[in-house]
Design a protein around this ligand. Sequence first.
Ligand code: NAP
Length: 238
Amino acid sequence: MKTAVVTGGAKGIGRAIALKFAKNGVNVVVNYLSTDPKELVAEIEGLGVGALAVKADVSDFAQAEELINQAKEKFGSVDYLVNNAGITRDGLILKMKEDDFDAVVNTNLKGAFNTIRHASGIMLKQKSGAIVNIASVVGLTGNAGQANYSASKAGLVGLTKSVAKELGSRGITANCVAPGFIETDMTDTLPEAVKKSILDSVSLRRYGKPEEVADLVYFIANCAYMTGQVVAIDGGMS
Ligand code: NAP
């Protein structure tokens, strides 16, 4: 049985990804920071696969190492790594606080480096593995008020493409998924006027669902001859 590690897996898009892998017979390691994943773990186990909840701040190198080590110890392999954990701290560049830049880059970009850094050794020994990093359409287009977030997501694209080149010869893939506006807690806090203006730029005229992103992540994670790619799932925004 294969094993997936999903960072920030307790809610939103990460939760949908965790359930998608579980429904397809994959053990799931649900990483979380503040959302209690107890019920999700029970739901995953109810699907007949193993589940392990690991509290870890992915922006911390040592905690990310512990997360990957616990996954390997419990299930014996790390076959899929989905770097989904992410935060926003929006603000215009003129007024953006240094802390807000650092926090976003440390979680969204360095967090992915930290887990890949520790999982890659395991995947190299296995001579197999699939890494999927959750970027964002604004990492490709930029977005006013999100210089920190857009930079972190654009950085993920470069990280992914480099990792794909380094690990490809051992049968390991690395790809990015770039969602547009998906209905989760992250987007729920936006003012109605902003939501409305975003919707006007979406060809399909609706927001995406976490499950729709999860379907794509699972598909890409199992595309053995695809690596170093960025696939947008944004209803036609970009
Ligand atoms: P969300 O509901 O706010 O979930 C964010 C997740 O990240 C939570 O599970 C949270 O864990 C986790 N997290 C945050 N900081 C962490 C840290 N330091 N260590 C470990 N976990 C951490 O947001 P979402 O919309 O599902 O976002 C998931 C991913 O999709 C993010 O990378 C986001 O940038 C990306 N994305 C979202 C959208 C969108 O429209 N929603 C669009 C493009 C990209 P806890 O709850 O346990 O603290």
